[in-house]
Ligand binder design. Structure first.
Ligand code: NOJ
Length: 762
């Protein structure tokens, strides 16, 4: 079979019969020796474009959901309108450029064979939402961001890309790099949280991981930075909602992770569903062309989100589908996902002169160049070697990486009295809650190819790790959003019979992700009732949260002596949690999103502005920026997370404390682990510009580093701060940095740290 594919490739492309094939055959270097920048592509692409008719061109700009979808594909997008025979026929007729979220290599091979029968034999590109793993599922991106280790995200993206590519997938709709400042929004789970610097570093790392050592290799996929832009800024945290937002905030906050992804070489960008101050992103020429291409020099492909061009009608921006296609296309959306509008209208729009042929050719050129860079012309079946998919997915190495990434994503919010880690033997443990056991809610939201049935739950993970698994007693106690008959009584009984309770509660996978905004970011009431009843028994309680967002914890959950935030950890959920609960490894994650005191504080982010009446610490004072009944600080701040060590910070040293033109500020601090267990501490550097021509946030993260400290070890951690780290968008809309005094903190979270100050000299 492999041989046949190769022969097909050679026959049709190198010695082939179609126009593209002839071109390649006459120039064998083209398509065979194309560098990562696609340097050999232009001539080949031009020749091909010259042979295409408008319908074939529009076909190259038309991407459809796969007629046979990956396991969860249909649950993740509205109804798929494609049927199998139609899709094969469309491939043969050159009417579609590719599909997405398809079922795997066999199906992809059939489609590619059909595309190879088309007049020009332009290969299809298979895309997918490979958001946090393929068949091996890694923690949700928000969880992985909690590791504060971009290098870890690069490794998991690399592994996910290799698995996906073995199924013929050459393009992932990831990374999602939207800043998420509102915990009500369900899609924060797909990104790196609320902070700009963390967002930038994870964006770049994930792009590097997906695209690997070269796009034409059989283990890489093209990255797609999405959703451009301000998708996370929708009013009231409601998915798809309008973002009324200043250009300054766009440039200071929402753009930088996209810029980082583009600078890291992301080959594509997806326009977002939302409107930005009245102009939908999908038809926003300023955004997609002036900023993205003009200012940032992006030369890759812009794809719409799912039917987002068609949705311009519902937005009230386009009168009908024809106008929607024209507006999106002229604004800069090269490829239309799922609506079919480009195939339907672009040829006519060009014929009537409403869309210039030059614009059509430009977009087609980008698609063909992408396919060249992906090695698809040279090897249409290069990612479709028979047997490779089964052999490459869920390898022991990838599962080990999932376990490592899982434990590094866990954040310990509290650990009073050193309750954790728990002993491996000698204590009776009651494991209670809807997420205690069962093959559900493990892989988490937005995963097309993972399977809960293949993941390991908490109870199994613990049983494997405990010296005497018989001492573990598992009780659900409650369903996720509804009580279980007799559940609480059984849970109370189990707690009474135990020495320690582990309470596994929180959100189901369906409670975050697309279209899953919540008005209250709390533990669902039946589980809160369970927690109250169990706590009343009086045994020490360790809360293990499952969550796709920041939560406002209260009552018995908040008061529990130990709390772990575990997000959705993926394939190796149970073992990763057991590693931390039983102390085989220590927790080292930090919150990438602030946990508010109450839902009503949302949108909440640590890097907020001061106001003219900042809320002072201590007792509530009148006429300050707080709520009637609550101070406006986080319950658990951004950056917070404990270790099994005892960490202290000392000796903050800023040298002469001046930052001169062309110079740098050397920052050093002594971090000590005086505990008896090893620890990994995330040391964070924040600054605040005291007075500027545009007000600046109360704190901004400028650098962070995770350092490993053995028991009793002390280390000097150094950072270098430069002027470019302090840039912001000035009154004239340009990046600027102004002389003056800055506060600086080095510490374990956005609410703590050793404080200093320095002067920036003109
Ligand atoms: C809609 C989502 O917004 C986007 O993130 C995803 O890539 C597409 N559907 C395709 O599944």
């Amino acid at each position: 079979m492999m041989k046949m594919d190769r022969r097909l490739t050679r026959r049709s492309v190198l010695a082939g019969t179609g126009a593209a094939a002839l071109t390649l055959a006459s120039r064998p270097a083209i398509g065979l020796a194309i560098g990562p920048g696609g340097d050999a592509a232009p001539e080949f692409v031009e020749q091909l474009v010259a042979r295409m008719n408008p319908e074939e061109k529009a076909g190259q700009l038309t991407l459809m959901a796969s007629a046979i979808g990956g396991a969860a594909a249909s649950a993740l997008n509205p109804a798929n309108r494609n049927n199998l025979d139609q899709q094969l026929a469309a491939a043969r007729a050159g009417q579609i450029t590719g599909n997405f979220n398809g079922a795997g290599s066999d199906w992809h091979r059939r489609l590619q064979q059909a595309a190879m029968q088309s007049r020009l034999k332009i290969p299809m590109v298979f895309a997918a939402d490979v958001i946090h793993g393929f068949r091996t599922v890694f923690p949700v991106p928000l969880g992985e961001a909690a590791s504060f280790e971009p290098a870890l995200a690069e490794r998991t993206a690399r592994a996910a890309a290799a698995e996906a590519a073995a199924a013929g997938i050459a393009w992932t709709f990831a990374p999602m790099v939207d800043i998420a400042r509102d915990a009500r929004w369900g899609r924060g789970v797909e990104g790196a949280g609320e902070d700009v610097l963390v967002g930038r570093r994870f964006a770049a790392a994930r792009v590097r991981g997906f695209q690997g050592a070269g796009l034409d290799r059989d283990d890489t996929v093209l990255a797609c930075a999405k959703h451009f832009a301000a998708y996370g800024a929708g009013e009231a945290g409601l998915d798809y909602n309008s973002a009324d937002i200043s250009e300054r905030t766009l440039r200071d906050v929402y753009f930088p992770p996209f810029r980082a992804a583009v600078d890291a070489g992301a080959g594509s960008v997806m326009a977002s569903f939302n409107e930005i101050s009245g102009i939908p992103a999908t038809a926003n020429r300023w955004l997609l062309t002036d900023v993205l291409r003009g200012e940032w020099g992006f030369s890759g492909l812009v794809v719409s989100d799912y039917t987002a061009d068609e949705e311009l009608v519902a937005h009230g921006f386009a009168a009908d589908g024809r106008e929607a296609a024209r507006l999106a296309f002229l604004a800069g959306v090269d490829m239309s996902m799922q609506s079919g509008l480009y195939a339907r209208y672009l040829p006519g729009l060009v014929a009537e002169g409403a869309v210039p042929m030059a614009r059509l050719d430009e977009a087609v050129r980008r698609v063909l160049t992408m396919k060249v860079r992906l090695g698809l012309f040279a090897q249409p079946f290069g990612r479709l070697a028979p047997g490779r998919e089964a052999q490459r997915v869920r390898s022991p190495a990838n599962l080990a990486l999932a376990r490592e990434a899982g434990r590094r994503s866990i954040v310990m919010l509290k650990n009073e009295g050193g309750l954790l880690p728990l002993p491996r033997s000698g204590r009776r443990i009651a494991l209670i809650g809807p997420f205690a056991a069962g093959l559900h809610d493990l892989i988490g939201p937005w995963n097309v190819y993972g399977d809960d049935q293949q993941a390991v739950d908490l109870a199994t993970g613990l049983r494997r790790a405990l010296a005497d698994p018989a001492l573990l007693n598992v009780t659900a106690g409650s369903d996720v959003e509804a009580p279980l008959p007799g559940g609480i009584a059984a849970a109370v009984e189990a707690a009474r019979a135990a020495d320690i309770v582990i309470l596994a509660i929180g959100e189901s996978a369906r409670m975050s992700g697309e279209a899953q905004s919540r008005t209250e970011v709390t533990i669902p009431a039946p589980q809160q009732a369970l927690a109250e009843a169990v706590a009343a028994v009086g045994k020490p309680v360790v809360v293990v949260l499952k969550n796709g967002r920041a939560l406002a914890l209260e009552g018995a959950v908040l008061d529990a002596p130990a709390i772990l935030v575990s997000w959705f950890l993926g394939s190796e959920t149970g073992p990763a949690l057991a590693d931390i609960l039983l102390g085989a490894q220590g927790p080292s994650g930090r919150l990438p999103v602030s946990f508010p005191r109450e839902s009503g504080q949302e949108p909440y982010h640590y890097d907020h502005k001061s106001t003219g009446r900042p809320d002072p610490p201590g007792p509530i004072q009148e006429y300050k920026a707080h709520y009637r009944t609550s101070p406006n600080e986080a319950r658990f701040p951004f950056g917070h997370g404990l270790t099994y060590g005892v960490i202290s910070y000392a000796d903050l040293d800023l040298g002469p404390a001046t930052l001169r033109p062309g110079g740098a500020l050397a920052v050093a601090v002594r971090v000590t682990n005086s505990g008896s267990r090893a620890a990994e501490e995330v040391v964070q550097l924040y600054t605040h510009d005291r007075a500027a021509s545009v007000t600046r946030p109360v704190r901004e993260l400028k650098d962070f580093r995770k350092v490993a400290l053995a028991p009793g070890e002390s280390a000097i951690v150094r950072f270098t701060l430069r002027r470019e780290d302090l840039l912001f968008v000035g009154q004239d809309g340009r990046l600027t940095v102004e002389p003056g005094l800055f506060d600086l903190w080095v510490g374990p979270s956005a609410a703590e740290g050793l404080a200093g100050s320095f002067a920036l000299i003109a």
